[in-house]
Design a protein around this ligand. Structure first.
Ligand code: WT7
Length: 649
């Protein structure tokens, strides 16, 4: 099968869709020719406390980068995600919770119950003195309380910063300090794949380096034994006892911050990506409805963690704004076995399923017996996100999971974009395995020549992916560092938002994302800066220098390959490699666990001392036949040693 094979939407899909092919063309044209008209209308899907009179006020013109949408409007996100559904669907399930342990009971939380829980949580936060605009860090497992916590912040205008529960105490501390959180929300422990995750203990360790934290609110989840520290730590259930379940939503300006989410870049420490209220909610809800072609009453499941933007936009905010039923899963794809996803689909009659290529490839590798034993007849649409999906994995998803009956969509977007950017709309766009296809409404992708930055006008193009104008879900700044925001996304290619991804556009105008062109890795759909892993390594007393690159990995997409030069007094050994691997896990978290550590007496450098990563990448890829010109190296012999001792044979 050619990777370019087209899968046209079936008559049935077209008959029921929100957007057919003709409507897509018309609306897309309007969205870019008349953004004020288009988005002004779309924003009516949201309840505004005070209607906006201005729609778009944005500039990508260097150096005056400024992004505002619906700037004089006022709204509350939770009034939209909860309160406005109470009359019509108060008894409908908002969140289905499927615990890690398949024998434990699932929970069904109605919109009415969600309202109560969020109000109570919000009142507890108020009781702790949390104010509008204050940053609250949330470090929680994948349990409904994580969503309550996010929504409780939004209800009172506090800005949440959710930190993925897999991050280490050090990584957590950095994020808590960067946004000056005074309050941290966590749980005793999480559960994943039958093992417990010591969240509270991690918080305790992190807070040794966070002098600004005054209160830690702890949800009892596993009931595991945890130490509670005197006046600092408070059990959620104790704080909530007797607190009333009514809390009026605070009116927020459309441009007031809603949340911060830390993400890795090519340099330095993770950036606090800041999203605001009005544009984000309009965008998250519209993209959720149209891209999943969501219909009332359907059960929708996104397998991401709320610690990532996918969880923010497409587990919590988008689906709840649309009155959907959203499933939260605490566990992992291969526990108790590689059929867990499919068991959960059958158990909860899931209609729409959204996951990452790395999970698809892992389950594909586990054998078809697990997927074959499931019924899966409720499924209608399958989505993919996080990294390029290879056509083999796409076809397996389509055949084995979708039984050749479901629509498969590959959605390209980023933490920074808030929502889908390039993605098929199921009833409008024929798909090609491996392509994210066409832009969403209002999104104007351009392919640039990487060196000159020139826009490639021809339809067929290959280069770097940039966006020519703003969309409502766009991040507004890097928290506390607007200069870094401008430099990261707008400086290199003036007049455009630069995505950091490479791409190809084919003769049909379809986009094929080829992966990062900067020093950002994508490991199992998790974004990681090579610089972060390098600084973790050099923080080890035995390490003198480190360089980290990615290499193609069958399941993870990319693996982590580390070149390490030891202090002169140290000797390389397998034990030391293990020690360094564990060190990185401790410094950042298990997601950053190196696949290969190669000890190298020297790294390939130019005469001016710049590490030539191109060479390191080639050796890591086991493609050293194509090293290219090494004559500019200070010491060309270094390369022979690297090749002789390479790990990825
Ligand atoms: C990077 C963003 C926002 C979703 C979760 C990841 C890569 C994401 C795709 C896709 C090819 C993709 C890109 C992007 N990526 N989706 N469908 N096809 N690549 O969010 O952590 O901000 O990472 O993930 O490289 O730049 P993120």
């Amino acid at each position: 099968m050619s990777p370019e094979a087209l899968f046209a939407p079936s008559d049935d899909v077209v008959a029921k869709t929100h957007v057919n092919a003709t409507q897509y063309e018309e609306k897309y044209a309007r969205s870019v020719n008349d953004p004020d008209g288009f988005w002004g209308e779309q924003a009516k899907r949201i309840d505004w406390i005070k209607p906006f009179t201005k729609v778009k006020n944005t500039s990508f013109k260097w150096p005056d980068i400024s992004i505002k949408w619906f700037e004089d409007g006022e709204l509350n996100v939770t009034a939209n995600c909860i309160d406005r559904h109470l009359d019509t669907r108060g008894d409908q399930v908002a969140i289905i919770f499927e615990p890690d342990d398949p024998k434990a009971e699932a929970r069904h939380i109605t919109y009415r119950k969600l309202h109560e829980e969020v109000c109570r949580f919000a009142n507890v936060l108020k009781g702790l003195g949390v104010k509008k605009g204050e940053r609250v860090t949330i470090y929680m497992p994948m349990i409904p309380e994580a969503a309550y916590a996010m929504l409780a912040c939004a209800r009172i205008g506090a800005v949440h910063s959710v930190v993925f529960g897999g991050f280490s105490p050090d990584a957590l501390a950095g994020r808590v300090n960067d946004c000056d959180s005074r309050v941290v929300l966590t749980a005793d422990e999480g559960r994943r794949g039958g093992k417990s995750v010591p969240l509270k203990a991690n918080v305790d360790k992190a807070l040794e380096d966070c002098p600004g934290v005054e209160k830690v609110l702890v949800v009892r989840n596993t009931g595991g034994d945890v130490a509670m520290k005197g006046s600092r730590d408070v059990w959620w259930h104790e704080a909530a006892a007797g607190v009333e379940a009514v809390c009026e939503p605070v009116a927020m300006n459309a441009e007031d911050p809603l949340f911060i989410l830390y993400t890795s870049g090519s340099t330095g420490k993770p950036k606090g990506v800041l999203h605001t209220t009005g544009g984000y909610l309009v965008y998250a809800s519209l993209t959720h409805e149209l891209t999943f072609d969501y219909r009332d009453g359907e059960v929708y499941w996104c397998t991401a963690d709320v610690g990532w933007v996918t969880g923010h936009s497409y587990i919590v905010y988008g689906p709840l704004a649309n009155g959907a039923t959203t499933l939260m899963f605490e566990g992992v794809p291969n526990y108790p076995d590689a059929g867990r996803f499919w068991d959960v689909v059958d158990k909860h009659k899931v209609n729409i399923f959204y996951t990452a290529p790395t999970a698809i490839r892992a389950l594909m590798g586990a054998g078809n017996q697990f997927v074959e034993r499931a019924d899966l007849s409720t499924l209608r649409l399958l989505g993919s996100v996080g990294e390029p999906i290879n056509p083999e994995a796409w076809m397996w998803y389509h055949k084995q999971v979708g039984r050749e009956r479901c629509v498969v969509i590959d959605t390209w977007w980023q933490t920074e974009t808030g929502g889908f950017m390039i993605t098929p709309l199921p009833g409008a766009i024929a798909t090609k395995p491996g392509s994210a296809t066409k832009p969403f409404f209002g999104v104007q992708p351009v392919v640039l020549e990487p060196e000159s930055g020139k826009v490639i006008a021809e339809t067929e193009a290959s280069g770097v992916l940039a966006i020519a104008d703003s969309w409502p879900g766009q991040m507004r700044t890097v928290y506390g560092d607007h200069q870094r925001f401008k430099e990261t996304y707008f400086q290199q290619y003036k007049g455009f938002y630069f995505s950091g991804d490479g791409c190809r556009r084919d003769a049909d105008g379809y986009y094929w994302i080829t992966g990062r062109v900067d020093d950002v890795l994508n490991v199992s759909g998790h974004r990681l800066g090579t610089a972060e892993v390098e600084s973790a390594l050099v923080a080890h007393p035995k390490v003198s220098e480190a360089a980290v690159v990615g290499f193609p990995h069958d399941v993870k997409g990319q693996g982590i390959y580390c070149y390490v030069t030891l202090m002169a007094s140290e000797t390389a050994s397998d034990d030391l490699a293990v020690e360094l691997r564990n060190w990185v896990r401790k410094e950042i978290g298990p997601i950053a666990s190196p696949d290969h550590i190669q000890f190298a007496p020297g790294l390939p450098k130019t005469r001016s001392g710049k590490i030539m990563r191109r060479i390191l990448r080639k050796v890591a890829e086991n493609d050293y036949g194509a090293l290219g010109d090494t004559s500019t190296l200070a010491d060309p012999a270094v390369v022979d040693d690297l090749i002789a001792n390479r790990k990825n044979r």
